[in-house]
Design a protein around this ligand. Structure first.
Ligand code: GRF
Length: 177
């Protein structure tokens, strides 16, 4: 059973849903994340301001996911770092999708930074999550070209169209293990 963590639009969540994967729970650090509305399963918000600290928030989120039967956690545009208190509950079973060819350009501004650096190629990466910023082992990666005149929006859209295929493929393989 899959749990998905989201913070934003949720187009990757939508791709996972449309791929027919067994998603039982969707959680967010933001109660107003548009992604939550795309879920037809159980949803919950764990806002940092409602807990004493990040560890307490992550423990509560892990408890809730476990209660929903989650064994594999997919970060689909989840914008907070996860603490050890969360990761130790799902060892080797947390994956993330990121809009660059990791280990190049980790972090929250990867698309803008790639354009500013003038790279000719970008891409999408799916990787296992550790305590660092987009630093766990890469499971799958696919390249996309950077085109003349690209803006952060046009490049991100091109990357996302790859993410929407790559992420469900990797998640399906992990579920089959
Ligand atoms: C994706 O580009 C993902 O790689 C990054 O955040 C974006 C999330 O988009 N981590 P969405 O919320 O799935 O539309």
């Amino acid at each position: 059973m899959i749990g998905v963590l989201v913070s934003g639009e949720g187009t990757n969540l939508q791709a996972l849903v449309e791929a027919g994967l067994p998603i039982t729970a969707v959680a967010s650090n933001r109660r107003d994340a548009p992604a939550l509305a795309r879920a037809s399963c159980a949803t919950a918000a764990f806002e940092l301001s409602e807990f004493p600290d990040r560890t307490a928030r992550d423990r509560a989120m892990a408890d809730w996911l476990e209660q929903q039967g989650v064994r594999l956690v997919v970060l689909a545009g989840y914008m907070h770092l996860l603490t050890p208190a969360f990761l130790e509950r799902f060892p080797g079973a947390v994956v993330n999708v990121h809009p660059s060819l990791l280990p190049a350009f980790p972090g929250a501004h990867a698309v803008e930074e790639q354009l500013a650096a003038g790279v000719a190629e970008s891409g999408a990466s799916v990787h296992l999550v550790d305590e660092g910023v987009d630093s766990g082992p890469v499971l799958a990666q696919e390249r996309v070209p950077v085109l003349d005149g690209d803006t952060p929006e046009t490049l991100h859209e091109r990357i996302k169209s790859v993410e929407h295929r790559l992420l469900p493929e990797v998640v399906r393989e992990l579920c089959a293990r």
